[in-house]
Design a binder for this molecule. Sequence first.
Ligand SMILES: Nc1ncnc2c1ncn2[C@@H]1O[C@H](COP(=O)(O)OP(=O)(O)OP(=O)(O)O)[C@@H](O)[C@H]1O
Ligand SMILES: [Mg+2]
Length: 286
Amino acid sequence: MSSPVADQPILVVQDVVKRFVLRRSAADWLRHRPGEIHTAVKGVSFEVARGEILGLAGGSGSGKTTLARMLIRLVEPDDGKILFRDTDVRAARGRGLREVRREIQMVFQDPYSSLNPRMRVGAAILEAGRVHHQPGAEDGDAFVTRMLDLVRLPASAATRRPQELSGGQRQRVAIARALAVGPSVLIADEAVSALDVSIQTQLLNLFLDLRDELGLSIIFVAHQLSVIAEVADRVAIMHEGAIKEIGSTADVFNDPQDDYTKTLIAAHPHPYPPAEGPSTVVSSSL
Ligand SMILES: Nc1ncnc2c1ncn2[C@@H]1O[C@H](COP(=O)(O)OP(=O)(O)OP(=O)(O)O)[C@@H](O)[C@H]1O
Ligand SMILES: [Mg+2]
C-alpha cells in the first residue's frame, strides 16, 4: 500500500468548536442568569488520510466523543470547518448529509446502542445494506455472508440475535452492520474498551485488516494508550477540548513534546512499542 499520508486527506477538520449551554440552576432561574457555557471542543484541527488509522486519546471529558460526533453532525459544531472529500459537512443538508453519514460510520462501546435486540443479525445487516442501496444487498444471504466474513464471523451467525452473542462477537456484528452501508471512514469510539484484553487484541487486528482490505480510514477513539499504540499510525492527544499534540504514534509515545502528553504517558507505563512488539503495528501500516 502507498503511504497513506502522501494521499489527499479524506477528512479535513479546521478550528472546530463546540459550546454546550449547561442547564441553569435554581439560583440562576431566580436571578434570571443565563446558563453557564462549557466549551467542550476549543478549535480543533486535524486531517485524516485515506487508509490511515488516527488514534484519538485523552482523559475522560477531554472532548473526544463530542469531536467524533461533530464529524457527522450528531452534535452540531458552533464554529470551524469540516470537509469530507469535497463536501462541506457543516453546510450539508438532506441527501448530502445522509451521504456523509453513510460514508462515515460510527462504532460505539456498547453495540446494543446500534443493534436492535429483536432483529436477527442477518436481517440487521441486510436492512442496512438495502436502505443504502449497496451493491449485492438484493442478493440477501450472499451479502450477509460476505459482511460476516469481513468481520471473521461464520455465516451461521446470521440467524442469531444480538443477546445470543458474546461481547466480542456482538461488536463484530456492529462493525459488519457499519460496513454493510459501504463507508470509507469508520469512527470507533471506545469500541474495544469494555472487552477483555485478549478479545481486544483480536478486534484491534480486525480493524487493521479492514484498513488493509478495504482501504478504510479509521478514527480510533480510546482512553487506553496501549490500545492506541497497537493500531494507530498517528495519534492526537486531547486535553480539555484541545489537541495538545499530534504526530506519528511512535514519535508521540517515544518522545512527547507537550507537558500534558508527557504526564499522560508517564501514567501509562510502556504504551509503545505495543506489547506484542512493534512489528505487528509497523508492518501493517506500510
Ligand atoms: N450534551 C451535553 N451537554 C452539556 N455538556 C456536555 C454534553 N456532551 C458532553 N458534554 C461535556 O463536554 C465535555 C466533553 O465530553 P465528551 O463526552 O466529549 O468527553 P470524552 O473525551 O469522550 O470523555 P470519555 O472518555 O469519558 O468518553 C465534558 O465535560 C462533558 O460533560
Ligand atoms: Mg467519550
